[in-house]
Design a protein around this ligand. Structure first.
Ligand SMILES: NC(=O)c1ccc[n+]([C@@H]2O[C@H](COP(=O)([O-])OP(=O)(O)OC[C@H]3O[C@@H](n4cnc5c(N)ncnc54)[C@H](OP(=O)(O)O)[C@@H]3O)[C@@H](O)[C@H]2O)c1
Length: 319
C-alpha cells in the first residue's frame, strides 16, 4: 500500500510517500480502508519530534474515516463506514496517512452517515473538539464569544457550531494576520481582532472565550473576559504547554478557567455529533483537500501564514 512514513524528525520534507506492506487484521485489530484523514497541528508537532513518546519510523495521522476492509470482530462488518480518532493512533502505532490502517477494535467507531468522504474526514477530531469545548463554555443566548486562534481548523469548526446552535450569539475571531480578517468575516464571524504577539488589539471583553493559543496567551485572554465569563483553553498554538507566571487569584480577572481534551472518545457521542451536523445541515466541508501523495504540501500549507480552516488528506486508489 501507499503510506506517508516519517523516519526522522524534521520539516515537511521528512514526510515520505512510499510503498509499505499492507497490514493484516488480527485478533483485536481490524484493517480499515482509509477514505480520508484529517491533517492536524498535533501531527506537525509529532513530525518535528516534539511528541517525546513517538519512535520513528511512524505513519502519522491521529484520525481517519473509511470502511472496514478485514476484521475478525463479529461486531464489525466489511464495507461498514467507520471513524477512528486518537487513542495514540499515529503515535504508538501507525495512523491514518495511508491507504489502509490497522487499528484497535475499541477505537473503531461505526457511523451511519450520508456525508461525502471529504466532509466526513473533516469531522472526527476537529468537530469533536470544537463541540466538546462549546459544551464546556455553557453559552447562553445573545452572548459575545471570542475564538482566539480562529483561523485554525478547530476555530472555524467551533464558529460553525455556535452559528448553528446559538444563532443570537455574536462571534469574534482573532488572527495574527489582518489580511485573514476578511476571510473570517466571509466564514461567518461578526468581527475579527488582530493578535499581536499574544496581545489582542482590542479593549473589548467577552462572555465566553475559546482559547486555542493556550498558556502562551492565557494572561492576555483573561484580561478580555467579562465578569463571570468562561475561558476554555483547548489549544496550544502558541507552543507553550503549561502556565508560567500566571497568578490564579489576580489573573483570572473574575472569570472561570475550563479545558477540553479529546482523548476519551465514545462512539455514541461521535454518532450524535454526525447526526446533529446532518440534521442542522452544518457545512463541514474542509477548506483544503490534498491527495495523500502531497502531504509535504499539506503540512507546509498548515504551518504557513496562509493556512485557514480544516485540511484533509485523501488517499487515491485504482478503482
Ligand atoms: N485539547 C484537545 O483535545 C485538542 C484537540 C484538537 C486540537 N487541539 C489543539 O487545538 C489547536 C488547533 O488545532 P488545529 O489542528 O485546528 O490547528 P491548525 O488548523 O493547524 O491551526 C492553524 C492556525 O494556527 C495559527 N497559528 C499557527 N502558529 C501559531 C502561533 N505560533 N501562534 C499563534 N497562532 C498560530 C494560525 O493562525 P493565524 O495565522 O491566523 O494567526 C493558523 O491559521 C492546536 O493547538 C491543537 O493542538 C487540541
Amino acid at each position: 500500500m501507499k503510506a506517508v512514513v516519517v523516519s526522522e524528525a524534521g520539516g515537511p520534507e521528512v514526510l515520505r510517500y512510499c510503498d509499505v506492506p499492507t497490514p493484516v487484521a488480527r485478533p483485536g485489530w481490524s484493517l480499515i480502508k482509509v477514505r480520508g484523514a484529517g491533517v492536524n497541528h498535533s501531527e506537525i508537532f509529532t513530525r518535528e519530534g516534539k511528541s517525546p513518546s513517538v519512535a520513528f519510523p511512524r505513519i502519522l495521522g491521529i484520525e481517519c474515516v473509511g470502511q472496514v476492509e478485514q476484521t475478525l470482530n463479529p461486531d464489525l462488518h466489511v464495507g461498514q463506514t467507520v471513524v477512528s480518532i486518537m487513542g495514540e493512533m499515529g503515535r504508538d502505532f501507525d495512523g491514518g496517512y495511508a491507504q489502509y490502517a490497522l487499528l484497535p477494535d475499541e477505537r473503531i467507531h461505526p457511523v451511519a452517515t450520508s456525508l461525502p468522504w471529504e466532509s466526513l474526514a473533516a469531522v472526527p477530531e476537529t468537530f469533536y473538539t470544537a463541540f466538546g469545548s462549546l459544551e464546556r463554555l455553557r453559552l447562553g443566548d445573545g452572548q459575545d464569544v471570542l475564538v482566539r486562534g480562529a483561523t485554525s481548523g478547530v476555530g472555524i469548526a467551533f464558529s460553525k457550531l455556535v452559528r448553528a446552535l446559538y444563532p443570537s450569539c455574536s462571534i469574534t475571531g482573532s488572527t495574527r494576520s489582518a489580511d485573514k480578517g476578511e476571510r473570517l468575516l466571509n466564514a461567518g464571524f461578526d468581527r475579527y481582532v488582530v493578535d499581536d504577539r499574544n496581545a489582542l488589539r482590542t479593549k473589548a471583553s467577552f462572555d465566553a472565550i475559546l482559547d486555542l493559543i493556550g498558556p502562551a496567551a492565557a494572561k492576555d485572554t483573561f484580561a478580555h473576559i467579562a465578569p463571570g465569563g468562561t475561558v476554555c483553553i483547548t489549544g496550544l498554538l502558541g507552543g507553550q504547554w503549561t502556565l508560567e507566571g500566571f497568578d490564579p487569584i489576580m489573573d483570572t480577572n473574575g472569570g472561570y478557567l475550563a479545558g477540553f481534551y479529546s482523548g476519551d472518545v465514545e462512539g455514541e457521542s461521535l454518532q450524535r455529533l454526525v447526526a446533529m451536523i446532518e440534521d442542522r445541515r452544518i457545512d463541514v466541508r474542509p477548506e483544503r483537500a490534498f491527495p495523500l501523495s502531497q502531504m509535504r504540501q499539506a503540512h507546509a500549507y498548515l504551518a504557513s501564514r496562509d493556512s485557514f480552516g480544516k485540511v484533509v488528506a485523501i488517499p487515491e486508489f485504482d478503482e
